[in-house]
Ligand binder design. Structure first.
Ligand SMILES: NC(=O)c1ccc[n+]([C@@H]2O[C@H](COP(=O)([O-])OP(=O)(O)OC[C@H]3O[C@@H](n4cnc5c(N)ncnc54)[C@H](OP(=O)(O)O)[C@@H]3O)[C@@H](O)[C@H]2O)c1
Length: 282
């Protein structure tokens, strides 16, 4: 029961109404019997919302689009990965001292390494945005050889130079996938409601590939469906989502995350996706 002692955690972003974070975090608090509550706030500006963590004594904050970069300047300290990535998705308030983290980094590594070793493997990443950067950096740190392909080749090249990737190019370089071990989609292509879109022609998929799609709505994207047909191992985006939330849970509460219960809440919600209308998701 919520009371005067209840610890408050929250999400800030714009939009947030579609977010599954409140569901997953609150299920975790319930499973561990913790007197915590997790809310979502749609905010236009990150700075006043983050300042309110100190004013209101908010314990933990998740940060999503479009605030992941601007939030960086609003905290007192950054962990090493967040500093290198230049974006945070998590803030922990310890007695008024705010520390920023990027839990997507570990989450992507955990999701991928459940299906494949990473050292020495060639990974082609599609997209050159924030998630592509986070995953590329994480894989580079684990000894993978990374090639970044983006619809804007100059942006892909800039990202590749920043992390010391093996190569980069535009979408005329899909042939890079031919000898790759891992293919990661870090674009929104195929995300609900445009579920028929494919970020790479299915003809480039081959059975030696592990295919990771960061999109988790729908749970099985067209890319993952085509990858299964081609005999590839697949890594679901909802696993990354679950692991980044679990790490946040641990940072916010100091307790081990109840992965099973949090995961069940997430998969139940994703299974219900087919019946959800556009207006429900806003
Ligand atoms: N599973 C998880 O836990 C998790 C965590 C974080 C993010 N995500 C998902 O990751 C996806 C990317 O997020 P982000 O924060 O990285 O976004 P972002 O910074 O906006 O980057 C998106 C990238 O995709 C490219 N892109 C966008 N539309 C495209 C299209 N139609 N065709 C080809 N490329 C396209 C963009 O190209 P330009 O550079 O040319 O604009 C950009 O490089 C989102 O769908 C998000 O929901 C999932």
């Amino acid at each position: 029961m919520i009371n005067a002692e209840t610890r408050v955690c929250c999400l800030i972003g714009d939009p947030v109404a579609h977010s599954l974070s409140p569901l997953v975090h609150n299920r975790g608090y319930q499973a561990r019997g913790l007197d915590y509550v997790y809310l979502a706030f749609r905010v236009k500006e990150a700075a006043p919302a983050i300042a309110a963590m100190r004013t209101l004594g908010i314990t933990g904050m998740s940060v999503t689009i479009p605030h992941k970069t601007t939030a960086l300047a609003c905290v007192d300290e950054l962990d090493a990965e967040a500093k290198e990535i230049g974006a945070i998705n998590t803030i922990v308030n310890r007695g008024g001292h705010l520390k920023g983290y990027n839990t997507d980094y570990d989450a992507a590594l955990k999701a991928l390494s459940e299906k494949t070793p990473l050292r020495g493997k060639k990974t082609v990443i599609l997209g050159a945005g924030a998630t592509a950067l986070t995953i590329a950096l994480a894989l580079k740190h684990r000894g993978s050889r990374v090639v970044i392909l983006g619809r804007a080749p100059a942006k892909a090249a800039a990202l590749a130079a920043r992390i010391g990737a093996e190569g980069s190019g535009g979408f005329d370089r899909f042939s890079e996938i031919g000898d790759a071990d891992i293919l990661t989609n870090a674009t929104p292509v195929g995300m609900w409601p445009k579920v028929d879109e494919l970020s790479v022609p299915a003809s480039y998929l081959h059975p030696k590939l592990v295919v990771f799609d960061v999109i988790y709505r729908p749970r099985t994207t067209r890319l993952l469906a085509e990858a299964k047909k081609a005999g590839c191992k697949v890594v679901y985006g909802h696993k990354m989502f679950l692991y980044q939330a679990a790490r946040q849970f641990e940072l916010f509460t100091g307790h081990t995350a109840p992965l099973v219960q949090m995961g069940q809440a997430l998969t139940r919600a994703l299974k219900g996706d087919e019946g959800v209308t556009i207006s429900d998701r806003r």
